[in-house]
Design a protein around this ligand. Structure first.
Ligand code: CAO
Length: 457
């Protein structure tokens, strides 16, 4: 038959009207003997009041912020005929023995199951009659520690209830680092949660900063364009999304400088036309000459055929000459790579350029086709323009932009001569390349394009 008994506050020393800071059970909860029912607070420490017997909580008589003294009823617990349940003794309602407090002792690590826990364990063996019960384990037992929080809880030990300590331990939180917001600096569960939240946010910010983010930019403007006129929405292509993310990273992370140069390609153009007439089946554009000139310049200035390693502290110099070519496709920009350009002639390069451009526009490029580049060329010469600022294709350290050649009057010392001038725009990573070297590289390119015999040197 079910018995309902009162669980009351035992002897807590000279303290009266002690605030309840936590109620650890609710009606319907099954509690074991010695399981915490409520947590009480003194000026510097907390203590859990354990259930004096096992059973099912029928009613909780206290709530947070209530104050209790010895004998106050905490809960009504139905004990029934449960096997192994320790039934309340006749004098259960009037406990007289002191109860242990569970604030940590000076010698105990705040997060360790400490002497405090030991004390709590001791408390668990205080019977309702006030007499220590027989322990299950053999061996001597020390008397329970009376609840005298002010004397046992030193200032430097984080002040939190056993439940909050357990919660912090579960999350791996060092309570010494948590600010207690409750009365007398007591750390609550919410304080631990706030600490974890801020640690996570801080961690995320550090990751963002380490990966080059954290620019503290204004949010992107949210504009309802339809307010101003008719609009149509069109999702970005997959290529545009991918290349856009890469371009944005490269633009913000690489200190770009662009060096502009003009190459006199009058003779080169005459030669190109001649070659094109001889090889009608192959499209020979200025771009293949540029590839050969770039290879010669990379050989002359090896720091352009390099990449910064991930730490940013080491330059990796490459002994191969794989050139990336920016190709405009209906879905966006892609950069396939022509390998070993130093070992290929103009015609072979022209053929390969035709093939990769077609492959790009047919969306047939594989990731391998777009990897391993040393230096990129972006030619808008077939379209127009006089100069632009190409964005470096990281982890490369420079890129050559090519605009449309035009006939210009050039002073030869006596007269103005009509010369075909090709605008070059060399963007370089200023962390790796000095401006003077960039000017030399660009001037070298112009000299080679102006006199192709130099490719033989
Ligand atoms: N000046 C004058 N004419 C030029 C020229 C130049 N710099 N470059 C090319 N031309 C001419 C070519 O000779 C060709 O003329 P013909 O048809 O009379 O032979 C015409 O312009 C078209 O050339 P093309 O663009 O088809 O071929 P290409 O070898 O010059 O370029 C490719 C190939 C794939 C690079 C190009 O088609 C392309 O996609 N360019 C865009 C690259 C791009 O979008 N870059 C921007 C990236 S943002 O950094």
């Amino acid at each position: 038959m079910a018995d309902i008994s009162e669980a009351t506050v035992p002897d807590i020393g000279d303290f009266t009207d002690v605030p309840v800071i936590e109620v650890l059970v609710k009606p319907g909860d099954r509690v074991e003997k010695d399981q915490g029912l409520i947590t009480l607070e003194s000026a510097k420490a907390t203590m859990e009041v354990p259930a004096p017997f096992a059973g099912t909580v029928r009613e909780v008589k206290v709530k947070e912020n209530d104050t209790v003294s010895q004998g106050s009823v905490i809960a009504l617990i139905e004990t029934g005929d449960e096997k192994g349940a320790s039934k309340p003794a006749a004098s259960a309602e009037k406990p007289t023995a002191p109860i242990a407090e569970s604030a940590p002792k000076k010698s105990a690590s705040p997060e360790e199951p400490s002497k405090a826990s030991a004390a709590k364990a001791e408390a668990a063996h205080v019977s309702q009659s006030g007499k220590p019960e027989q322990r299950d384990e053999s061996g001597p037992r020390s008397p329970p520690v009376p609840f005298d929080a002010d004397t046992v809880a030193p200032d430097k030990i984080p002040y939190a209830s056993p439940a909050v300590r357990a919660f912090a331990r579960e999350l791996g939180v060092d309570l010494a680092r948590v600010h207690g917001s409750a009365r007398n600096g007591r750390i609550t569960k919410e304080d631990v949660q706030a600490f974890v939240k801020s640690a996570l946010t801080e961690g995320a910010q550090q990751v963002t900063a380490a990966s080059g983010g954290g620019l503290n930019l204004l949010p992107w403007p949210q504009v309802d364009f339809s307010k101003y006129g008719e609009i149509e929405e069109k999702p970005l292509s997959r290529i545009k999304k991918l290349s856009g993310a890469n371009l944005a990273r490269n633009w913000v992370m690489i200190p770009h400088v662009t060096q502009h140069e003009l190459a006199d390609i009058t003779e080169m153009e005459a030669f190109r036309k001649q070659l094109a007439a001889e090889n009608k089946e192959t499209k020979i554009t200025p771009l293949v000459f540029l590839i050969k000139a770039v290879v010669a310049a990379l050989k002359q200035y090896p720091q352009f055929n390099a990449s910064l390693d991930a730490s940013g502290e080491k330059l990796v110099l490459k002994k191969y000459f794989h050139i990336g070519i920016a190709v405009d496709t209906p879905d966006g920009l892609v950069v396939p790579v022509i390998r070993d350009c130093d070992r290929k002639g103009l015609l072979e390069l022209a053929l390969e350029l035709g093939e990769i451009s077609k492959k790009a526009r047919d969306k047939k490029l594989s990731p391998a086709d777009m990897s391993g580049g040393c230096f990129s060329i972006s030619s808008l010469g077939g379209i127009g323009g006089t100069s632009f600022t190409p964005i470096i294709n990281a982890p490369e350290v420079a890129i050559l932009g090519v605009s449309r050649s035009s006939m210009q009057p050039v002073w030869n010392g006596n007269d103005f001569e009509p010369r075909l001038m090709l605008p070059l725009s060399l963007s370089y990573d200023h962390r790796v390349i000095d401006g003077a070297d960039a000017a030399r590289f660009a001037a070298f390119l112009a000299r080679v394009l102006g006199d192709l015999r130099r490719l033989l040197l």
